[in-house]
Structure formats: C-alpha cells, structure tokens
Design a protein around this ligand. Structure first.
Ligand code: AHM
Ligand code: MG
Length: 337
C-alpha cells in the first residue's frame, strides 16, 4: 500500500469531507505537531525518571513540569497560534481558554483532555490525548463565549485521540468514517495504518472498574452479571479487561469490540454521574464510536444528544459494539430508566 499521511488522506477524501479545507487542514497540522511533541516527552518519561530528573528543578535550572501539565501547555501554546481557533477548553483549565490579544482567530472551537490516564505513566501504560472540534455558534466578529463551547456532541466536525504506547497512534473522524494513523518515527509522519475502522457488531469483552460494584445501582449490577452469564446471548461469559486509561480501553474496544462502561455510582452522592467528562472525553469518543458503527449512551440518552450546561460536567458512559450497548440499555429500561 502506498504510504499516505493524515493531511494527504484528508485531502484525498475532500469530497467526502467538507472539513478538508485550508483552515481545518491547518488546525489538524498544528494538532499533529502537538501530538508529536507530547509523544516525544511521554516516551522519554521513564528515562528521565531513571536518571532522576524529576525533581522540582531540572539540569538547566528550569522547573520540571508534570507531563499532563506539559501536554496542556503544548496544546494551548500551539493551538492559540494556529490562527483558526476562537476559543478552547481543556480538562486541566477551569474556564474557557481565550486566544491572547494580537493573535489571529478563526471559526473553530477546540476541546481537549491533554493527557488522559496520566496516573498510569510511571507504569509504562498507554495514555492519550482526546480532542473535539466544533464550529463557533456566535458571529465571527465577536469574542467567543461559553455558548460556542457548550454544544451538543452531534455538532462536532472532527474528533479523535492520540494514543501514546508501544507505538503512537492517532484515530480520528471528520464525520465520514474513522481512520487510524501510526506515527512512523523514522520519517516523523502519521501514516494511514487503519483505514475505515468498523467496530465489530458484537464483541467478547466487557470493561469496567469492578472494584466499585458496591457503589452501583441494581441496574448496573445486573448488566455486569449478564456479561458473566454462561447463558447470555453470546452463550458464553465475556472476558474482562480494564486498563484504567480511557483512551487505551476505548481503543481496544473499537478494534476488538465489546463494551466499556464508566457508570454512575454513589461513591460521592454529590457526584452521582460517574467520573468521565462529557465534553472532553465522552463526546469525542462517542463521535468516533458512532462513525465506526458503534453506539454510546449514558444508559438512557445518546451521548451526542446531551445538551451540556457546564464545561466539566460528568456523564455515565457506556460505549462500544452496538449489540452490547443495546443490551445494556435494555437492562436499564427494565429497571425503569
Ligand atoms: P484523569 O482524567 O484524571 O486521567 O482520569 C480519567 C481516567 C480515565 O482514563 C479512566 O477511564 C478512568 O480515569 C479510570 O478511573 P477509575 O480509576 O476510577 O476506574
Ligand atoms: Mg481525563
């Protein structure tokens, strides 16, 4: 197969993707550069640790930033200067991130989780960056507002993630299928490695933090019991896999099929909606899942239809193969949801 990089792929599919125009290509190129820079730091993190450079001050006398903070800074710095974005939101920043005065802006809005699963770094476990792109809703000539960011996931024009692992991979959609690109370090390019990804209709894996069973409601307990039944619709118990790094758990689910669940729980009665964030985690992955013929729900509603009311709102997430996600919804419905 001839080698095709991300930008070429987008341009080749221009007819299918109205996003493949100048502004968006530029946005994507800046994102890709950010991913390469983050990837470089992530892959040397272990080495830096071994060499003992993770104190407060590094050998150059500079403060050593934690990797999640570093990734956040890389994305904010690069994307502020891309000239095509009017506002951003990051999982690491409480409020809206404005583009500094004097920099050109454009009509896109970017939401991201700079380094998800970062608590796993020291164990050399895969982590990732998740991103989501919208068009602004307010007129171009005015300063962007919260309204431009608080959009339903169904309005996303592009979304995806970059997974830093044994190889660095970017998976994305612009609304016409899902494509995966692997970073070839010898040429420094993301090359098309997984064209047109489709999630299997049924899988054989369920993925949930089962340590929290006691905090679940009866519906969620029944869901997980169902996957363990010998006599379920698959006629065999499912396997259990849980890395605790969302991008990695989702990526496996996308390729192998099955279902990932981070349900509502009662650990903190003030936060009964689970842990994951609607805008920076659930929406982008749900857009990817649906574009790969999968499904994503909070147990009742389609994730992409939920109208956000706050930047960091949390949402239960059940995502994966259509038959498993439908089964979960059926059990929730039976319990009156
Ligand atoms: P983070 O944004 O603080 O890294 O937390 C998100 C991570 C996800 O990657 C993962 O799915 C989840 O937390 C695991 O949480 P838990 O340990 O509660 O199962
Ligand atoms: Mg996160």
């Amino acid at each position: 197969m001839p080698e095709v990089n991300v930008t070429e792929h987008l341009l080749l599919n221009q007819k299918k993707s109205p996003m493949a125009r100048g502004q968006f290509t530029h946005l994507l190129n800046q994102l890709i550069l950010s991913f390469k820079i983050i990837s470089r730091e992530v892959t040397k993190a272990g080495l830096v640790d071994v060499l003992g450079f993770t104190g407060e001050i590094n050998v150059q006398g500079e403060e050593v930033k934690k990797l999640d903070e570093y990734s956040n800074n890389v994305l904010i710095h690069r994307m502020s200067r891309a000239g095509v974005i009017c506002a951003m939101s990051s999982e690491e920043n409480e409020g809206i991130i404005e583009i500094p005065a004097g920099f050109p802006t454009g009509d896109y809005v970017l939401i991201f989780d700079p380094l998800d699963g970062s608590s796993n770094i020291e164990a050399n476990i895969n982590i990732g960056t998740i991103f989501s792109v919208y068009r602004r809703k307010t007129p171009s000539e005015q300063p962007a507002t919260l309204e431009d960011l608080l959009q339903q996931g169904v309005n996303q024009v592009a979304a995806g993630y970059c997974l830093y692992g044994s190889s660095t991979m970017m998976v994305m959609t612009t609304g016409s299928g899902v494509h995966g690109f692997t970073l070839d370090p010898s040429v420094g390019e993301f090359l098309l490695s997984h064209p047109d990804i489709k999630i299997p209709e049924r899988g054989s894996i369920y993925s949930i933090n089962e340590g929290y069973t006691r905090y679940w409601d009866a519906a969620t307990r029944e869901v997980v019991d169902y996957f363990k039944e010998i006599d379920n619709e698959r006629k065999s118990p499912y396997s259990s896999r849980y890395i605790g790094s969302l991008v990695a758990d989702f990526h496996r689910t996308l390729l192998y099929g099955g279902v990932f669940l981070y349900p509502a729980d009662m650990r903190d009665p003030k936060k009964p909606k689970g842990k994951l964030r609607l805008m920076s985690e659930a929406n982008p992955l749900s857009f990817v899942a649906e574009q790969a013929w999968g499904l994503a729900t909070d147990g009742v509603h389609r994730i992409l239809d939920i109208q956000p009311t706050a930047l960091h709102q949390r949402v239960p997430l059940i995502i994966g193969s259509p038959l498993e996600v439908e089964k979960v919804r059926e059990i929730y419905r039976k319990h009156g949801y």
